[in-house]
Write a protein of this length. Structure first.
Length: 308
């Protein structure tokens, strides 16, 4: 037998318990123990420091005070489910929490179930602060969205730019060929737009472009695609629309633009449009037909649409 008495065993146990408590208190990650009902029984220094509370402010309080009231019932239900369940480990989860000042922080929480001195289960939760990482991820996401916007969208109007728009047209033409459906396009530009720029300045000219294209989008179907080809020239892609329906749609656009005063100067603007319907051809040929029809509309005095 080992030459050790009960007093030595007690001393070893006490020292081991004290060491464990010291490890928990000095651990660099937040640790808390909650009762079967979800009330704090132990919080370590890192946990208190992260949330901005003292230990005495937390012991005996319900742990859901660390989240927005919107999520408290859900979090309490998850706690109860874990306490009453069979698993001794809870899956790692990401949560948005609130510190004492009400500031939102983001944590990764992982939990284990242990048995207390009274034989009842307790939940030990370990938290890691990932707020800075989440903020960096959000900044990267916004930066990527901005890059995507610059790559595919016209900065002034928010429409597809020329490159992205022509790619979309090619995709729609391929869909037409595959399903033998219809497709119409229209090219329009603003009549005598140079006069607006020369008279009122390019700032007002830009406002006119934004307001006109916004009105055109409102007048067309949500499934129609408007593209800025460049300057004051625009393309409208109308999937599953035959030439007659396209003619009516673009005439509505012409009428809507002509009857709406634009900018604070209340400028009256008109557009000329050329319309072409898909036949078994390339997108370049389709655009050329629409473009030629648009110039016919201009030669006829503008403020109207011509079908190729």
């Amino acid at each position: 037998m080992l030459d050790i008495n009960l007093e030595q065993v007690y001393q070893l146990f006490t020292r081991s318990k004290r060491n464990t408590e010291n490890i928990i208190q000095t651990a660099p990650l937040g640790i808390c123990v909650t009762s079967p009902d979800g009330y704090f029984e132990m919080v370590n220094s890192a946990y208190c420091q992260f949330y901005g509370y003292t230990e005495s402010e937390l012991i005996g309080k319900h742990f859901t005070q660390m989240v927005s009231p919107t999520y408290r019932d859900r979090l309490a239900a998850l706690h109860d489910e874990f306490i009453q369940g069979d698993s001794n480990q809870e899956l790692r989860q990401e949560w948005e929490v609130l510190n004492k000042k009400g500031e939102a922080r983001t944590i990764i929480a992982e939990a284990a179930r242990i048995e207390g001195d009274d034989g009842l289960p307790r939940k030990v939760t370990f938290i890691v602060d990932i707020t800075e990482r989440k903020q960096l991820e959000e900044r990267l996401k916004l930066a990527n969205e901005r890059l995507d916007q610059l790559a595919h969208r016209d900065e002034l109007t928010g429409l597809f730019n020329r490159r992205a728009g022509l790619k979309r047209l090619e995709e729609e033409l391929q869909r037409c060929q595959r399903y033998e459906s219809t497709l119409s396009v229209a090219i329009f530009d603003l009549d005598r737009f140079k006069t607006i720029n020369d008279t009122y300045g390019h700032g007002i000219g830009d406002d006119v472009l934004k307001e006109v294209t916004s009105l055109v989008s409102q007048t067309l179907r949500t499934t129609d695609i408007q593209v800025r080809l460049g300057g004051e020239e625009f393309l409208v892609i109308m999937p599953q629309v035959d030439i007659r329906a396209a003619q009516r749609a673009i005439e509505r656009v012409c009428n809507a633009v002509a009857s709406t005063p634009f900018t604070k100067q209340q400028l009256i603007v008109t557009v000329s449009a050329g319309i072409a319907c898909y036949v078994d051809t390339s997108n370049r040929c389709l655009l050329d037909r629409a473009d030629n029809a648009m110039y016919q509309a201009k030669e006829a005095g503008g403020n109207g649409a011509v079908t190729a």
